[in-house]
Design a protein around this ligand. Sequence first.
Ligand code: ADP
Ligand code: MG
Length: 268
Amino acid sequence: MTAVVPQAAPAAATPHQPMVEAIEVHKRFGSLEVLNGVTMSVERGQVVCLLGPSGSGKSTLLRCINHLEKVDAGMIRVAGETVGYREKNGRLSELREKEVATQRRKVGMVFQRFNLFPHMTALENVMEAPTQVARRSNADARREAIDLLGQVGLADKAETYPAQLSGGQQQRVAIARALAMSPEVMLFDEPTSALDPELVGDVLDVMRALAENGMTMIVVTHEIGFAREVADVAVFMDGGVVVEQGDPRQVLMHPAEERTRSFLSKVL
Ligand code: ADP
Ligand code: MG
């Protein structure tokens, strides 16, 4: 029998497809326009740092990308799929709840507050979604969870409960937990803001290693040093719009816009 070798599509025929694409996204809460036409694009393997004053809409944008919020207008695509919708013959129809859950698995999210399950060990926290949601076998999930805890430098903490871990260690477990579902993109919402300063470095190191391994990441952070060293693109938001974006050295060291300059003078 001859093996069937899948033919790769010729490169020219493959349309360019960003990993995450937000197009003219609008989102309001009541009369408050929180996102006022946000357009941005993240390539596969890119790290984008999202900066901006409190209330500028950064968390809301991440939550829309992860379908924790629904956009009012515009659209978001993740890995080519329209978030919340199915595209058929050029028409969009809304996904059912279960389909949304499947779509959401492409996106891993890490919050400022780690929200680990307190009654589960680090290992059990990481195994939870793969076994309960993805229906992986216990043995497989355990093997992978141990591997992931090793990647975040916590191989020796597998049997430890969250309360016995430092904030930085808990956040690294949260990162391992998000990675356990093999997301295509990772979203970080101020992952180090709740940490004591001496614990920030270890978390940023794990994120830097992830970036070096090619993970696509959108990181909301006030860690300007991290943004400058790790990000491919820095995006500055204010008032629900992208004020400027580009090479982090440009945006963070020589911003073109007064609003960016004023913000940076406060956080640096
Ligand atoms: P950032 O993360 O940049 O600080 P957010 O996206 O959290 O900004 O919030 C932007 C604005 O939207 C804020 O004024 C906030 O109070 C408001 N907001 C966020 N979520 C909600 C919600 N669920 N209901 C009402 N207002 C909200
Ligand atoms: Mg926020």
